[in-house]
Design a protein around this ligand. Structure first.
Ligand SMILES: NC(=O)c1ccc[n+]([C@@H]2O[C@H](COP(=O)([O-])OP(=O)(O)OC[C@H]3O[C@@H](n4cnc5c(N)ncnc54)[C@H](OP(=O)(O)O)[C@@H]3O)[C@@H](O)[C@H]2O)c1
Length: 286
C-alpha cells in the first residue's frame, strides 16, 4: 500500500488521481489533517488516515500496512524540517520499503537567494540518512504559480517583476503529480533523485509574448529592480515574509537557478509535458 501525505492539497490530489488510474483503491492510503477534506477519498475506497506532521502518534497510526510513503512537503516553511523528520522517523519505525519526498530543483543550494528552500535540501539529507530506499522528486517552480506572480491585472498593466531575463523550465503541477504517481508504482525502488522540469525554459518576455498571442491583447514585460519591487509590495500591505519569498523566487530566477532542463518528467510521463502556451491557456482560461 502507498501512503500519500498532503493528499488534500493540489499536488497530492494529482498524485492520487493518477494512482487510481493505475492501481486499485485498496492499495492507496492518504494522510489528511482535516477529515472533512477526505470524503471523496473514502467514497472511492481509499484508506483515510487523519493526522499531521507535528503529531508523531498520528503518524505511527498512519503507517499501518504501508509499504511506500510519499511525503509531500508541508507548507509551514519555518517548521517543515522537524515535521518532515517526524514522518521519516515514523516510516522507519514502521519498516516501510521506501520513502519519497517532493523537493525543489534549483541549480546551486549554496547560492540560492530564497533561503526558505533550504528546508527541502535538509529534508533530502534526512531522507538519504534514513537508510530507506528513496525517491526524491526535485520539482521545478509550478507553472500554476504564474497567475499569482503576474497579478490579476496582467492584461491591463503588463508584467513587472525582478526576474531579469532569467529562464524557468516551468511545468504544470498536474503533470508532476502524474509523473510522481508513475514513479511511485515502479517495481523496485533504489535511491533515485528525479528532476521534474518542463522540456523548455521560458523567460518573462516569453510569458508576456504567449499571453499576447493567446489573449489578443498586448502584454509587456518590464524587468523591475529587486529592492524597489520589495518596497512596493510592503507599501501595498503584503506581509514581510511573503514579500521576501516573492523577491527570493524572482532573484533566484534572475540568477539562473531555475534554468535547467532534465528528461525525467517527460520519461516518467511517457509523453511531452505541457508547454508554456498549453499551460497558460489552461491557467488563464484563454
Ligand atoms: N514547486 C513549486 O513551485 C511549489 C509551489 C508551491 C508549493 N510547493 C511545495 O509543494 C507542496 C505541495 O504543493 P501543493 O500545491 O499541493 O500545496 P497545497 O495545495 O498547499 O497542499 C499542501 C498539503 O500539505 C498538507 N500539510 C501542510 N502542512 C501539514 C502538516 N503539518 N501536517 C500534515 N499535512 C500538512 C496540507 O494539508 P491541509 O489541506 O490540511 O492544509 C495540504 O494537503 C507545498 O506544501 C509546498 O511545500 C512547491
Amino acid at each position: 500500500m502507498i501512503l500519500v501525505t498532503g493528499a488534500s492539497g493540489k499536488l497530492g490530489a494529482a498524485v492520487v488521481r493518477q494512482l487510481l488510474k493505475l492501481t486499485s483503491a485498496d492499495q492507496i492510503a492518504v494522510l489528511v489533517r482535516d477529515e472533512n477534506k477526505a470524503a471523496a477519498f473514502s467514497e472511492q475506497g481509499i484508506s483515510v488516515r487523519v493526522g499531521q506532521y507535528d503529531d508523531t502518534a498520528s503518524l505511527d497510526r498512519a503507517m499501518e500496512g504501508v509499504e511506500r510513503v510519499l511525503l509531500i512537503a508541508g507548507t509551514d516553511e519555518e517548521r517543515r524540517v522537524e515535521q518532515h523528520q517526524n514522518v521519516i522517523e515514523a516510516a522507519k519505525k514502521a519498516g516501510v520499503q521506501g520513502i519519497a519526498y517532493t523537493s525543489r530543483t534549483l541549480k546551486d543550494r549554496k547560492t540560492m537567494a530564497n533561503k526558505l528552500m533550504e528546508g527541502h535540501f535538509q529534508t533530502e539529507d534526512a531522507v538519504k540518512q534514513s537508510g530507506l530506499a528513496y525517491a526524491i522528486f526535485r520539482n521545478v517552480l509550478y507553472m500554476d504559480s504564474l497567475p499569482q506572480f503576474v497579478g490579476a491585472e496582467v492584461f491591463d498593466r503588463g508584467i513587472s517583476l525582478p526576474a531579469g531575463q532569467g529562464r524557468v523550465a516551468f511545468a504544470l503541477r498536474s503533470d508532476m503529480g502524474e509523473a510522481i504517481a508513475n514513479a511511485l508504482l515502479a517495481d523496485t525502488w533504489n535511491q533515485t533523485t528525479y528532476h521534474l522540469t518542463g522540456s523548455d525554459t521560458y523567460s518573462f518576455d516569453d510569458i508576456a509574448a504567449a499571453l499576447t498571442t493567446l489573449s489578443g491583447r498586448e502584454v509587456r514585460y518590464r524587468p523591475a529592480e529587486a529592492a524597489a519591487f520589495g518596497a512596493q509590495l510592503r507599501e501595498r500591505g503584503v506581509p514581510e515574509v511573503v514579500a521576501q519569498r516573492v523577491v527570493g523566487f524572482m532573484t533566484d530566477i534572475n540568477n539562473g537557478q531555475e534554468d535547467e532542463i532534465y528528461p525525467d518528467l517527460e520519461q516518467l510521463l511517457g509523453r511531452k509535458p505541457a508547454t508554456l502556451e498549453e499551460g497558460l491557456k489552461l491557467l488563464f482560461s484563454l
